[in-house]
Design a protein around this ligand. Sequence first.
Ligand SMILES: Nc1nc2c(c(=O)[nH]1)N[C@H]1C(S)=C(S)[C@@H](COP(=O)(O)O)O[C@H]1N2
Ligand SMILES: [Mo]
Length: 269
Amino acid sequence: MKPNVQAAAGADLTDEEARRELRRISRRGFAVAGAAAFGAVAGLRWLATALPEEELSWPLRRVLRFNERIARGAFRASSRTPEFPAARAEMPIVNGINGLEFDLDPVTWRLRVEGPGGSRRLTLADLAALPRVEHVTALNCVEGWSTVVRWSGWRLVDLAEWTGFATRSGTRPDRRFGASDLVEYVAAECPGAGYYVGLDTPSALHDQTLLCDRMNGIPLDAYHGAPLRLVVPAKYGFKSLKCLGTIRFTNDRPRDYWAEMGYDWYAGL
Ligand SMILES: Nc1nc2c(c(=O)[nH]1)N[C@H]1C(S)=C(S)[C@@H](COP(=O)(O)O)O[C@H]1N2
Ligand SMILES: [Mo]
């Protein structure tokens, strides 16, 4: 049977002519689709190459900064992310092993805490002087999964109060984040700085932001960040740095591993 393709003149086509006609039509379709794709790619390329800031073009980064201003304005220290019954808690998958140390000796390990007011190196026993806090909250990975986890450790705000390093004057921070001379940011880094995150101070000193040594009732293993990890329920999971080495209170916006790869620096939920 002949293919049902008519030439412009309306004459019947031989099989060979029909095949040629089909090729011509599909070539034209290809050319049109190609031109459209070229236009789209050129536009995207402009977005992608317009003076990159932290791996992202300035127009996209500017949108993120705009979003951040709105999110910061809307952030309330008093509002908490949802908490769940302990029975809902599960072990999350291990996601990301950047900067983890697998042969860290918890006995010689120290948490370095730095700020305008000074610096200290703390043991887990030092931290244990702070009130132990537990909460059951979701770990929300930006890649699209969430796992409810029972976290246990110490509030970063309690550490900030205790050391006095979060303020320029060395005085204790104002928990209402009002008139105090709090620094603007908190940086967290792994011992070898193979992974690092930056937080705005209101999120870092939020009531639910913890330094955790236990999850789901057992001590952290190396893959989940032993001996101590950050847990920031108000942010996407990539801010919950595993295997802490340094906490730094600072007025310089800290670098952030995933923001340098193009993700949102603020990363609020
Ligand atoms: N040191 C370090 N901390 C990290 C990461 C990492 O690669 N290295 N990944 C982050 C990401 S993207 C997520 S979602 C959570 C996952 O925590 P989990 O492995 O305990 O599930 O850890 C965060 N903390
Ligand atoms: Mo993540």
